[in-house]
Design a binder for this molecule. Sequence first.
Ligand code: DAH
Length: 338
Amino acid sequence: MLEELQELRKQLDAELQAITSLRELEDFRLRHLVRRGTLAQVRERFRQLPAEQKPVVGRELHALEEAIRQRYNEIRQRLETQAEEQLTVDLSLPGRRFFLGGRHPIEQVLADIVSIFTRMGFCVAEGPDIEDDEHNFTALNFPPEHPARDMQDTFFVTPDRQILLRTHTSPVQIRLMRTLPPPIRAIVPGRVYRNEEINPRSLAEFHQVEGLVVDRTTSFAELKGTLVAFVQQMYGPQTAYRFRPSFFPFTEPSAEMDIRCVLCRGEGCRVCKGSGWLEICGCGMVHPAVLRNGGLDPETYLGFAFGMGIERIAMLRLALDDIRLLYLNDLRILQQFR
Ligand code: DAH
């Protein structure tokens, strides 16, 4: 058996000598070093030798195993280091591309709106997303049976329906009137919530910007002038617009503002539903009851207000026909912005 061991040692040495890759080394390990490999088989036969042969053969076998494992480890280390070096010094590889993050379209549109209104003397205010019925509805002159209070529209936080997720940014009007002495000139960006089916035109969570002006003298003319100035900066000086009479519980009179469809320029398309016009905001003179609920005397003060959806504006800029595209976080969409 001694001779056989010497033969085996020569053979394994030769094999190791010839190895040039980690792949070949692994083949070697699988042939000889694993539980049923060559070395294990030799050791099995060794166990069956007569006792008097064991000391001499055992020493030889042990030396063989040690030597092979040691060489195996050396070769493995050498090959691994080589592989790593090859990886790190391949100067012919193209550089790795990295992406700079960008601001989300909603943030960009909001930044534009804020910049236009702050240049007109407005400040920026905020209010809480979780509101009470008082601020969201009652103080805004919503009659108790008004449909906007229905379960369908509002996410209630408490079973008595007194605490809710605000359905619009208008409740901040009340908070401003109750805390700031007039004159007030503020815009209020924020997130709003409606218990609505999610579809191409509506989300259950979206954004609005509210505007509120309260002073001793102001007028519907000033409201129109303010919104026209906004539209001309946001959509271009030539943008055609119109005001339509409308209804909101918290304004009287109330109106909605439309601009010429930016996609079809008035011809009629899918986005403007063939009308050639796009509604961009609701507005009106603050209702005397709302001024009173805000702690202000309607004989002394007048106000106007407006509210617009930010997603709408972002969709128009990108000519998106599905509001959900804004929240896919698909870079192909986000990168088109700006
Ligand atoms: N709060 C209204 C809504 O969510 C939008 C609105 C309309 C706000 C008229 C106003 C306003 O301030 O005067 O639909």
